[in-house]
Design a protein around this ligand. Structure first.
Ligand SMILES: Nc1ncnc2c1ncn2[C@@H]1O[C@H](COP(=O)(O)OP(=O)(O)OP(=O)(O)O)[C@@H](O)[C@H]1O
Ligand SMILES: Nc1ncnc2c1ncn2[C@@H]1O[C@H](COP(=O)(O)OP(=O)(O)OP(=O)(O)O)[C@@H](O)[C@H]1O
Ligand SMILES: [Mg+2]
Ligand SMILES: [Mg+2]
Lengths: 225, 225
């Protein structure tokens, strides 16, 4: 499904260069649930942004299904982003002056799928926010904002979910509830790639990829089955 | 040092009320390191904002040393915030267009203490950001931004450090390095109050306060000495 070959990403120029990714080769099958774990600044968000067609690699190859992404124009990439991916970003990126429900409904305005608006309320209730639909995004706690970002990423029924530290602002119990939602979606066939700093969360994923200094490595399974 | 009595905080009016804090009574001694733990939306950030004179309680009493805070005017509260507290906020609140070092130096512009500018570089190096001084805040990873927020909160040598999930965006190793900095400051006599979702982090604090639905409770120590 997702095939990356020798991906590099370089920011800056001359002697002020930052090699955020330094030759990443990675294959992800449809329906897999994969965790990406690694130190702060090691390239995780950069990697997820390239997979999600939000950012472009400096060199290297990226096939999404059989589409060669570097050859796609802006319009095609926007279509991929809206239709195939649900992206939970590290800083949530909510519209502060909109209500919770309006935030969650945003992706439907440019969706070609027939999603009923009631799905927004359904997702919010699953995430423990049933009494917050009308609340302004700016009036929420950190973990409530994270959950709104999750609902918004899921509303368009994407087949690939990209989650940048989806439980980072949540207590253990709420974080587990979010993981149960992801596990259910994974059972339904969704592909899930999540960045996490939490080894317990990573252990619930079928596969873990370690990243350090812009290079990735498969983590050999030490899970007890 | 910090004495809260029957603190409530209510947002909204009429039948649309949110009781973020519902009668909190709490005493914190000078030099203590205290963790606050509890579910998302339970009132932790609200509590820290009231302690740090960033927000005002709806009812209840708050003494900081022997100053009765509800009677303080805006100017007095600003003075308390700048001189006594170092605040690491949950969303970091960096100035995106400034460099890392300029962000860290900001509190010195209204400080009456004689802090050398070299202290900014020193803190950044302790936090693993020695190669990022000149980088724009907008070009940082999530965990790098969190560490800049930490450096900025510490530069004015505050005697009370308020940290809203200071390791939330960090991998385990970097989070431990941050905790070592806090433990060192605590040995030097600083009072530290941190909100965390991470029980391992909380266990490194002398005392843990649990919070749920706007009410607090002391956690009986189950630590093995
Ligand atoms: N400005 C506001 N207007 C209305 N409600 C608010 C406002 N700020 C906070 N709240 C509500 O008060 C409650 C407590 O919020 P608070 O930010 O203190 O929670 P928290 O314990 O820090 O949560 P988290 O762990 O998710 O960060 C939440 O239900 C939140 O929606
Ligand atoms: N726009 C940019 N310009 C310059 N450098 C950048 C930019 N974006 C990211 N970087 C750098 O690239 C490196 C990787 O960043 P990235 O955000 O991918 O890290 P991360 O693994 O997600 O870290 P964290 O766990 O802290 O979120 C970091 O050193 C960061 O400073
Ligand atoms: Mg990141
Ligand atoms: Mg909070």
């Amino acid at each position: 499904l997702i095939c990356l070959k020798e991906i590099t990403k370089v920011y800056g120029k001359n002697n002020n260069e930052v090699r955020a990714l330094n030759g990443v080769t990675l294959h992800i099958e449809s329906g897999e649930m994969t965790a990406i774990i690694g130190p702060s600044g090691s390239g995780k968000t950069t990697l997820l942004n390239i997979i999600g067609c939000v950012d472009q690699a400096t060199t290297g190859e990226y096939w999404l299904n059989n589409v060669y992404v570097p050859d796609c124009g802006q319009k095609e990439k926007a279509k991929l982003r809206n239709e195939r991916f649900g992206f939970i970003v590290q800083d949530f990126a909510l519209v502060e002056r909109y209500s919770v429900i309006k935030n969650v409904l945003l992706p439907l305005t440019y969706s070609s799928k027939k999603i009923p608006k009631s799905r927004a309320a359904e997702l919010l209730d699953m995430l423990g926010l049933s009494d917050k639909h009308k609340t302004l995004a700016s009036d929420l706690s950190g973990g409530q904002r994270q959950r709104v970002a999750i609902a918004r990423a899921l509303i368009n029924d994407p087949d690939i979910i990209l989650a940048d530290e989806p439980t980072g602002a949540l207590d253990v119990k709420t974080g587990n509830e979010v993981m149960e939602i992801f596990e259910q979606l994974n059972r339904e066939g969704k592909t899930i790639i999540m960045i996490t700093h939490n080894y317990e969360i990573a252990n619930r994923c079928k596969r873990t990829i370690m990243i350090e200094d812009g290079r990735t490595e498969e983590k050999k399974s030490t899970k007890i089955a």
